[in-house]
Design a binder for this molecule. Structure first.
Ligand code: TMP
Length: 207
């Protein structure tokens, strides 16, 4: 049987990596065959594209170039990693996917969600996850928890106004696709948040 694709989304500092590690622990404990991957990246070609996109020296990159590079990295990941794993019946867990493009390039960069959808439709027919977990915490709350924002890569160096637009973009997707895009309160304790994630995945028939 073909596997399922789930993605995790959230603003910088939303605790995505920690929850993903906890989910991997759960899947291993329960002997659920899975594959973890991330966007942009997850295979040699897409990792190279990632380093171009996130390089802080590339200050002149246009929003459209950025959106196209993210889509290019996604196409390669689908072909090399996601599709084969789904064909083997695995649960594919992807750290970020097309919703990041809708929120970051569509909303925060101002290209519009329609532009991003059309680019991605052209590249891979808007292949969507079966379910997307959105870790809901505002950038202000996330940065306060971490005592400031990380500023290692080009996206992290954008200011709070940019990250607030990303957050608003995610809320828009949550409104337009309530069936697929699940909002999980990510403000409190990490164990509690993880239990909410598990409950949501069970309720959506993924686990
Ligand atoms: P990461 O910090 O989760 O590894 O993701 C890398 C950065 O790329 C993060 O700032 C979000 C951003 N991003 C986009 O802007 N558009 C996209 O389509 C994806 C997948 C990520």
């Amino acid at each position: 049987m073909r596997g399922k694709l789930i993605s995790f989304e959230g603003c910088e500092g939303s605790g995505k990596s920690t929850k993903l590690r906890m989910l991997e622990g759960y899947l291993q404990e329960h002997n659920i065959p899975y594959l973890y991957t991330r966007e942009p990246g997850g295979n040699p070609i897409s990792e190279r594209i990632r380093s171009i996109i996130l390089n802080p020296e590339n200050t002149g990159m246009t929003p459209a170039c950025e959106a196209l590079l993210y889509a290019a990295a996604r196409v390669q990941l689908l072909h090399d990693v996601i599709e084969p794993a789904l064909a083997q019946g695995k649960l594919v867990v992807c750290d970020r996917y097309v919703d990041s493009s809708l929120a970051y390039q569509g909303e925060a960069r101002g290209l519009g969600q329609d532009f991003v959808r059309s680019v991605n439709a052209y590249a891979f027919e808007n292949y969507l996850p079966d379910c997307t977990v959105f870790l809901d915490i505002t950038p202000e709350q996330a940065f306060a928890r971490k005592h400031g924002a990380d500023e290692n890569d080009r996206m992290e160096r954008e200011g709070l106004a940019f990250h607030n637009k990303v957050y608003q973009g995610y809320l828009k997707i949550a409104q337009s696709e309530p069936g697929r895009f699940i909002r999980v309160d990510a403000v409190g304790d990490k164990q509690q948040t993880f239990l909410r994630v598990l409950n949501a995945l069970q309720a959506h028939g993924i686990l």
